[in-house]
Design a protein around this ligand. Structure first.
Ligand SMILES: Cc1ncc(C[n+]2csc(CCOP(=O)(O)OP(=O)(O)O)c2C)c(N)n1
Ligand SMILES: [Mg+2]
Length: 325
């Protein structure tokens, strides 16, 4: 098990590096950290949140972080990009264009996600609740209502809906989007197009949808009549440490889905309302988008590991659908 570097040491080092880059004098901010949150950097991000000198900008994708970093550097600002290794892979083309073609030097701090077997078990912590005062729906309650109504619909949870869903609805008509953040909506689109006779319900995360926002247009353009796209909007990247998503709770995904061309898009924050409307949502012509204002779930994929491994889920669903079961 590699040792982790204390957050304070990372922040002190960043401060020194930024000071040196500035060549002394007082600057506000001293330097910039561009981040797409990474679970393994969450204590550094939490500590950075508490100090004023270094400005942290959360980006929706690593591609964006690269672009903003290049703009800042060209403008003379010292900048560090703090992302995880999957994000580095995700943004290789922007990196090539900026760092290699453009010769813009970008300093990266890359968190490496270790394979599951080399991770030490983590103690469960009480989740931070930025949306506590929202009177939001409990995601577990929403999932229980879906489980009772979905019939033979294919369900695609991602992020914090994944652990609860595998307990509430343990079946092989579900497939969890894990390891490719943002992919739930397009995985759902592919399934909906391949199986027009079935409902497909995506349980998306707000941070995840921001990472592949273009999928709203792709879905609307493909017009899958059987797709219901549910967004569990909690305003944060709960799985990676509850950092606020860019724009926080003010981002209006309903307008975005409408603008993209979904047949229907609305926001729901009352559990009774959700229960009443779900049967009609499962009958109506799609694509349908519902933004569900939800609080934080009890568990995240980091506190409740396990479940059927992804390749096994793929195989099972593939076989189940081939048998038209
Ligand atoms: C390309 C990439 N960048 C960053 C991450 C780190 N990461 C894992 S989970 C997560 C947050 C997911 O947030 P959201 O979709 O809002 O779901 P929630 O946890 O709030 O349910 C992040 C940023 C990742 N998995 N992949
Ligand atoms: Mg979220």
């Amino acid at each position: 098990m590699p040792e982790s570097i204390p957050a304070s040491l990372i922040i002190d080092t960043l401060t020194d590096v930024f000071r040196e880059a500035r060549g002394g004098g007082r600057h506000e901010p001293l330097g910039w950290v561009l981040s797409v949150p990474d679970t393994h950097q969450k204590s550094v991000l939490a500590s950075l949140d508490k100090q004023q000198a270094i400005r942290v900008l959360t980006c929706a994708t690593e591609d964006e972080a690269n672009g903003v970093a290049a703009g800042l550097w060209i403008g003379g600002e010292p900048v560090v990009v703090m992302i995880q290794h999957a994000g580095l892979y995700a943004s290789v083309n922007t990196l090539r264009g900026i760092a290699m073609d453009g010769r813009v030097p970008i300093f990266y701090l890359i968190g490496e996600v270790l394979p599951a077997e080399s991770r030490a078990p983590r103690p469960r912590r009480a989740p931070r609740r930025p949306g506590d005062d929202l009177m939001a729906m409990k995601p577990e309650d929403v999932l229980r209502i879906i489980a009772a109504e979905r019939g033979d619909a294919i369900c695609i949870p991602t992020m914090t809906t994944a652990p609860a869903w595998r307990t509430i609805a343990p079946d092989d008509l579900s497939i969890t989007c894990a390891g490719f953040m943002g992919g739930a909506s397009t995985l759902g689109l592919g399934l909906a197009l391949s199986r027009p006779e079935r409902r497909v319900i995506v349980f998306d995360g707000d941070g995840s949808l921001l990472m592949q926002l273009g999928s709203l247009a792709t879905i609307a353009g493909a017009r899958p009549r059987n797709l219901v796209h549910l967004l569990f909007k909690n305003g944060v990247y709960h799985t990676s440490g509850a950092q606020e998503i860019p724009g926080g709770l003010t981002v209006d995904f309903v307008q975005m889905a409408k603008g993209a061309g979904y047949r229907e898009a609305y926001s729901l924050k009352d559990i009774g309302d959700f229960r009443r409307r779900l049967p009609a949502m499962l009958e109506a012509e799609g694509p349908i988008f519902a933004e569900l204002i939800t609080g934080l779930s009890e568990q995240t994929p980091m506190t409740a590991r396990g479940g059927t491994p992804f390749p096994e889920q793929v195989q099972k669903l593939h076989e189940r659908l081939a048998a038209r079961g």
